[in-house]
Ligand binder design. Structure first.
Ligand code: NAD
Length: 473
């Protein structure tokens, strides 16, 4: 990839003293009603499409610099993915914005009740480092379609992507309505002091709580896109060959730095050897010259995360079945499969967010379900592999998660059309496509009351409250 050689410097942090003025500028724009025009919204979406299109090679190059992500993965999940989402939004926005008549009881019907889709105002989108474009521009699409002004705060960790993202937003979108605030904790803290009309935060649950607490002070609603320990339940009825390829792909994607990455799998003893052996052979097929030599296998984003994952591998009391190699000079971590005894293993304590996949052998399906509910509680994703549809429904009916995929990994979160979000510890709210439009809209119930002729019917509501009046309801 020739663009891999282009490099970017981190954009300077936004002066903290500028933040409230930026917000005031955007609020003034919102109050001018400029963003109410659906034509203006479409124009912004079209411009954003061109921004992504014109900068496609820079998007790929910046993701290579930050994560050594291949051009294929970069465009599949960030560049082209977002362009397709914009095209679909442009095709549907006229339907989304329509005022919708709603049915009501007889007394309210005369007022022709509707739901108007109103913009919320000025919203804040805080992104995470692993998909720096998708996790900021993804929610931004819904916010634009719904007619909001937006401040984007990208993750400072993926520095090169920050630079390209900032360029796209500032060069292509209306500066009176959209702004990027760059920086780390001090800048985000200052942003969180301000009053927004909605905050969409993607990242870990510790900071999620900080965001929710700050938002609560202003009664600002939040979308929290968090993580969790995503389980894979492989049952005795699974097609193991397919399961191995699909688990392997889901774990290798972005070197495990994916909120939907499988965090552990459970397998019955009768299938263990076959699955582990097929996982190893799948990896060899995907990366025939080895993972380290492959241009398709990313690196860990920074030294802190590299050391964190390395320590996890070193601290396990389990048996390393595949991989285990690390190289600090490149922030390379091998795809590593570890057999653990129980949930007390350090690998089972927290979301790994790296290419390490512990597993545990459990024979009884109800025990596996109980394990998942005890260890994972409300993960962002749950996966199960079984060819028995009833068994899949049994598992889905006894577990909780933000989303779920049967017989694959990642896939329920791969489409730009499907709602994406967590539950409980993995977050609240969702977005994408119409769900994103709705997430950044206020559904304003509106009644246009019938004229004076209707007073005779309404008479029942006025005092004095005679018993005969109540019977008219
Ligand atoms: P990160 O370090 O990039 O942080 C995310 C954002 O939080 C950044 O913009 C950062 O500036 C801000 N931040 C960090 N500390 C802060 C503080 N003290 N106060 C205010 N803001 C602060 O990303 P991360 O949190 O390490 O991301 C990984 C986590 O995100 C994982 O748990 C993963 O599962 C989750 N994630 C969830 C989704 C999803 O859509 N549900 C997507 C990607 C990642």
């Amino acid at each position: 990839m020739s663009s891999a050689h282009k490099t970017f410097s981190a954009p300077p942090a936004t002066p903290i003293s500028d933040i409230s003025a930026t917000l005031t500028r955007l609020r003034t724009t919102f109050q001018s009603h400029k963003t109410r025009s659906v034509e203006w919204r479409k124009q912004q979406l079209r411009k954003l499409w061109w921004g992504l299109h014109d900068n496609e090679s820079d998007i790929a190059a910046s993701l290579w610099q930050d994560l050594r992500k291949s051009e294929h993965e970069a465009l599949q999940s960030d560049g082209i993915w977002l362009k397709n989402a914009i095209i679909d939004a442009l095709g549907d926005i006229d339907t989304w914005v329509k005022e919708v008549p709603v049915s009501a009881d007889l007394l309210s019907k005369a007022g022709s009740p509707t739901i108007r889709k109103e913009p919320l105002g000025v919203v804040l989108i805080i992104g995470a480092y692993n998909y720096p474009f998708q996790l900021t521009i993804g929610p931004l699409l819904g916010a634009i379609a719904a007619g909001n002004c937006v401040i984007i705060k990208p993750s400072e960790i993926s520095q090169a992507s920050c630079a390209v993202l900032t360029k796209i937003i500032t060069d292509y979108l209306d500066p009176d309505a959209f702004a990027v605030v760059n920086g780390a904790i001090p800048e985000t803290t200052e942003l969180l002091e301000q009053k927004f009309d909605k905050i969409c935060y993607t990242g870990n649950g510790v900071v999620g709580r900080i965001v929710a607490t700050a938002a609560a002070k202003h009664l600002t609603p939040t979308i929290l896109e968090l993580g969790g320990l995503n389980p894979v339940i492989v049952t005795k009825n699974a097609d193991i060959k397919t399961a191995a390829r699909r688990i392997c792909w889901g774990k290798a994607l972005n070197a495990g730095q994916v909120c939907l990455s499988p965090d552990y799998f459970i397998v019955p003893s009768s299938k263990e050897a076959e699955l582990v052996s097929l996982l190893a052979s799948s990896w060899r097929k995907f990366y025939p010259n080895g993972l380290k030599a492959s241009p398709d296998y990313p690196r860990i984003v920074n030294d802190r995360h590299f050391q964190r994952i390395k320590k996890l591998i070193e601290s396990t009391s389990g048996e390393i079945k595949i991989g285990g190699q690390t190289d600090e000079s490149e922030k390379f971590i091998d795809l590593t499969v570890v057999k653990v005894k129980d949930e007390n293993d350090p690998l089972m304590k927290e979301e790994i967010f790296g290419p390490v996949l512990p597993y545990i052998v459990i024979d009884d399906l109800d025990d596996a379900i109980a394990f998942v509910n005890r260890v994972s509680d409300t993960p962002l994703a749950l996966y199960t592999f079984t060819t028995d549809k009833k068994e899949a429904d049994y598992i889905l009916g006894r577990t909780r998660s933000g989303g779920a995929t049967v017989n694959d990994t990642i896939w329920h979160g791969a489409s730009h059309k499907l709602a994406f979000g967590g539950v409980g510890e993995s977050g609240m709210g969702n977005y994408r496509d119409k769900f994103g439009f709705d997430a950044f809209s206020h559904h304003r119930t509106t009644v246009r009351q019938a004229g004076g002729w209707f007073e005779a019917v309404l008479d029942a509501r006025y005092p004095p409250y005679l018993p005969s009046k109540l019977s008219q309801y």
